[in-house]
Design a binder for this molecule. Structure first.
Ligand SMILES: Cc1cc2nc3c(=O)[nH]c(=O)nc-3n(C[C@H](O)[C@H](O)[C@H](O)COP(=O)(O)OP(=O)(O)OC[C@H]3O[C@@H](n4cnc5c(N)ncnc54)[C@H](O)[C@@H]3O)c2cc1C
Ligand code: SF4
Ligand code: SF4
Ligand code: SF4
Length: 390
C-alpha cells in the first residue's frame, strides 16, 4: 500500500490512484495546497501495484538506454510570433505540431478557464496546442490522465506526453510496457509551486483590478525573455505587466523558492540519464544576440534514439545548433541540484491565511527585494517626470 511514501517524498503525480484496480485511493489537499494520497484500507486488496508505479520509490525511464550524456542543441522556432508566445525558444511547439499534423495526440498542462488551477489535458488540435504551450509555474492535476493515455496508446494512436520529470516517470511506471507510439518530453525542473500560492496571487490582482482574469502569461517577452515578465490581462480590458524585479510571483518562485512542494528539495530526477526522450529548458549561460535576448532560446537534450527521431521530424521549423553538453549543465544548476528549502517557508504558509499575498512575499524576501522594488518605482517616476518635462 502506498502510504510507505512519506509526505516529503510524494511528488503528487496521482498515478497510484489511476493504477489502483479497486479505487481505494483518493487525494486530500493539505493546508499548503498540495495533494497527497489516502488509502481506504477496507477496500485495498494489497496488490502492490501502487508501489510499483510510484515515481517517488523508483525512476521509470523511456528506454533502458537513456544517454548519460545527452546530445545537446541550442534551438528556437523560425516563426517569431510562435517564439514570442512560448516560454523559451518554442522547441515544444515545433515538436508538438508534428504530432497534430500527423493525426496524433498531445498531452500537457492547461489553465482552467478561471485561472484557479492547472491540469493535464489531451488534444489533437492546434487550438489545444495553444492552450497547452507555455509554462504554468504551479502543480498540474494529472488525475485520470495516465488511464486516458493508455487507452489512446492501446488504440494505436501516436501520443506526445509532456510533464515534469516525475510526471513522465509516473507515466512509464503506470504503463510498464514499451509503446512504440509513445514519445515524451520533460523540462529542466527547478521545482513545482503550490496551486494555493497562485490562487492567492491572482485573487489579490482580481481585487485590485476589480475584474476577473482573461489571461495570465508568465515569462512574457514584452520587455525581453530575460526580464521574466508577468503579463495579466483582465476581463475589463485592463492589463498588468511587471518585470522580474517587481513581480512578487517571480521573486517568490525564482529567488525565494518560497512555496515549492517538499519533494522538490529531495528530487530524485536530478542528474543523468534523464527519464524522457527529450528534455527542454532555457539555454541560460551562453552568449545571446539582441534578438535571442528578446525572443528566447531553448536547450534541447536528446536522451534517446526516439528523441533523435522526434527532433528530425521538427527540424524544418527550427534553427538548431549543436552545443557542448557541459554548457547546458553549467548554465542551469536545476539540472543537477535539488532546490534548497527556504527557512521561512513555514512563515509564508502561516501568514498567507490572513494577510495579502504580496505583503507576505515582500516582507519575507526582505530588504534586497524591497530595494529592487524601490529602484523600479524610482526609475518609473524618473521616466514619467522626463516625459512630462518634454
Ligand atoms: C514548474 C516549472 C519549472 C521550470 N524550471 C526550469 C528551470 O529551472 N530551468 C529551465 O531552463 N527551464 C525550466 N522550466 C522549463 C521552461 O519554463 C520551459 O517550459 C521550457 O524551456 C520549454 O519552453 P518552450 O518554449 O519550448 O515550450 P512551452 O510553450 O513553454 O511548453 C511548455 C510545456 O510544458 C508543459 N507545462 C507547462 N506548465 C506545466 C506544469 N505546471 N506542469 C507540467 N507541465 C507543464 C506544457 O504542457 C507544455 O507542454 C520550468 C518549467 C516549469 C513548468
Ligand atoms: S495495494 Fe493495490 S489495492 Fe491497495 S491501494 Fe495499492 S493499488 Fe490499490
Ligand atoms: S508520488 Fe505519485 S504514485 Fe507515489 S504516492 Fe505520491 S501520488 Fe502516489
Ligand atoms: S523538482 Fe523533481 S520532484 Fe519537484 S516537480 Fe520537478 S521533477 Fe518533480
Amino acid at each position: 500500500m502506498i502510504d510507505i511514501v512519506s509526505g516529503s517524498d510524494c511528488v503528487g503525480c496521482k498515478a497510484c490512484g489511476d493504477i489502483c484496480p479497486v479505487e481505494a485511493i483518493s487525494y486530500k489537499t493539505d493546508e499548503e495546497g498540495f495533494w497527497y494520497p489516502e488509502v481506504n484500507r477496507d477496500v485495498c486488496v494489497n496488490c502492490g501495484l501502487c508501489e510499483k508505479t510510484c515515481p517517488a520509490l523508483a525512476c521509470h525511464y523511456a528506454s533502458g538506454e537513456n544517454r548519460k550524456e545527452p546530445k545537446t542543441y541550442k534551438a528556437y522556432h523560425k516563426d517569431k510570433k510562435i517564439r514570442y508566445n512560448s516560454t523559451s525558444g518554442a522547441l515544444y511547439y515545433a515538436l508538438a505540431e508534428t504530432f497534430i499534423r500527423e493525426g496524433g495526440y498531445i498531452v500537457g498542462c492547461v489553465y482552467s478557464e478561471d485561472y484557479s488551477r492547472a491540469y493535464h489535458y489531451i488534444s489533437n488540435t492546434m487550438e489545444g496546442l495553444w492552450r497547452i504551450m507555455r509554462s504554468k509555474y504551479f502543480q498540474s492535476d494529472t488525475e485520470g490522465i495516465y488511464r486516458n493515455v493508455r487507452q489512446l496508446l492501446d488504440e494505436g494512436r501516436k501520443v506526445f506526453f509532456c510533464g515534469t520529470p516525475c510526471q513522465v516517470s509516473a507515466l512509464y511506471g503506470f504503463l510498464r510496457k514499451d509503446y512504440r507510439n509513445l514519445f515524451t518530453v520533460d523540462f529542466i525542473c527547478l521545482g513545482i509551486n503550490t496551486p494555493l500560492a497562485f490562487q492567492k496571487f491572482t485573487e489579490e490582482l482580481k481585487q485590485r483590478y476589480r475584474s476577473d482574469i482573461a489571461e495570465v502569461h508568465l515569462k512574457n517577452k514584452l520587455r525581453g525573455w530575460t526580464n521574466l515578465g508577468t503579463m495579466v490581462t483582465f476581463k475589463n480590458g485592463r492589463k498588468l505587466y511587471r518585470g522580474r524585479d517587481n513581480d512578487p510571483w517571480v521573486n517568490a518562485f525564482v529567488v525565494g523558492k518560497l512555496y515549492m512542494r517538499p519533494s522538490c528539495s529531495n528530487c530524485r530526477y536530478k542528474g543523468f540519464p534523464r527519464v524522457s526522450d527529450i528534455s527542454m529548458g532555457d539555454f541560460w549561460g551562453i552568449r545571446y544576440t539582441k534578438e535571442e535576448e528578446k525572443l528566447g532560446v531553448s536547450v534541447a537534450l536528446i536522451n534517446t534514439d526516439k528523441g533523435d527521431e522526434l527532433l528530425k521530424c521538427a527540424e524544418k521549423d527550427l534553427v538548431l545548433e549543436k552545443r557542448r553538453f557541459q554548457e547546458a549543465v553549467e548554465g542551469n544548476p536545476a539540472l543537477i541540484q535539488p532546490v534548497a528549502v527556504n527557512p521561512r517557508r513555514g512563515e509564508f504558509f502561516q501568514r498567507i491565511r490572513t494577510e495579502p499575498y504580496s505583503r507576505v512575499v515582500w516582507s519575507i524576501l526582505g530588504s534586497n527585494a524591497l530595494k529592487r522594488q524601490l529602484k523600479v518605482i524610482k526609475d518609473r517616476t524618473r521616466r514619467l517626470l522626463k516625459r512630462m518635462l518634454r
